[in-house]
Design a protein around this ligand. Structure first.
Ligand SMILES: [Fe+2]
Length: 287
């Protein structure tokens, strides 16, 4: 029997009592989708799926997005990316820690991601957490004057443009002209109604934002920095420590996330490997 329980955290929920290797995916996914939209983050515990089955599960949430960093796609599964510190490509710091900055996925694309999931294949004893910030909660907590000021503003985004600030790492670099051409600057509303629930939320106030349409650049960057600082208060942040078999899913329309720095693995004990799928569009149950 499926059970959805709030996490001991500012937001998010834990889902147990479901076996995605056996249960019919279409009926199993509806309560997960609803819990995701209600809580912005869910973790489904104790799953053991082969890659085809995991892909089929991911497809229930929308259309999987093969990452613009095509050299990092999993062989045979272009919409899966191996995130962690165990594979050959992870020897490069810029790849291994290429998500250690606050961002939301594919906000540099015209139709960005609507959900991202990470399936924990190997988990280190220490470290390897994902930080997630609740931008719907952060929006609700703004004062009325700020809400009025930012309503209707349109933000300019570009791949990695706002990464590498303070302690943050730079986004995994694009490696050739073809990749650069695939991700020209795009615009998104700063206060973006959630595509399914319609709930107002701040959108992508970190990672890719570099300006606001019709606003002086300095003023725009000050405003974006102010909103990012507001959103990254502890009261809006959850830090997820993975257990083996976790499938963690977050609502990329209403959150920011950041990896945490990790060294290349030199033993099983500190190995981290997660299979990432990011999707766009609405879940099948809403199509
Ligand atoms: Fe990400």
């Amino acid at each position: 029997m499926i059970s959805v329980r709030p996490l001991d955290a500012p937001f998010g929920a834990e889902i147990t009592g479901i076996d995605l290797s056996e249960d019919a995916l279409d009926s199993a996914v509806k309560p997960i989708v609803d819990a995701l939209h209600e809580n912005r983050f869910v973790v489904i515990r104790d799953q053991a799926l082969d890659t085809d089955r995991y892909m089929a599960f991911g497809e229930q949430f929308g259309t999987p997005i093969p990452h613009v960093l095509d050299h990092l796609r999993m062989r045979g599964y272009p919409a899966i990316m191996e995130v962690g510190n165990t594979e050959k490509q992870h020897r490069k710091e810029a790849v291994r820690n290429g998500a250690v900055f606050w961002h939301t996925d594919q906000s540099y694309e015209a139709e960005p991601s609507s959900a991202t999931m990470l399936y924990a294949i190997k988990v280190p004893k220490q470290g390897g957490e994902t930080l997630i910030a609740d931008l719907a909660g952060a929006y609700d907590a703004l004062d009325d004057e700020t809400k009025e000021r930012i309503d209707g503003l349109v933000v300019k985004h570009l791949y990695g443009a706002a990464s590498g600030r303070g302690d943050e790492k730079i986004a995994s670099p694009l490696i050739n002209e073809e990749q650069v051409e695939k991700v020209p600057p795009v615009h998104h509303r700063l206060v973006r109604p959630h595509p399914v629930t319609g709930r107002k939320t701040l959108y992508a106030v970190a990672g890719t934002c570099y300006g606001i349409v019709g606003m002086d650049d300095e003023e725009a960057q000050d405003l974006l920095a102010e909103l990012k600082e507001h959103a990254l208060q502890d009261r809006f942040i959850y830090k997820h420590k993975y257990d083996l078999g976790d499938i963690a899913i977050w609502d990329t329309s209403a959150t920011l996330h950041s990896g945490t720095s990790i060294d290349f693995a030199d033993s099983e004990e500190n190995s981290r490997l997660l299979y990432r799928i990011s999707v766009r569009g609405k879940p099948r149950v809403y199509q």
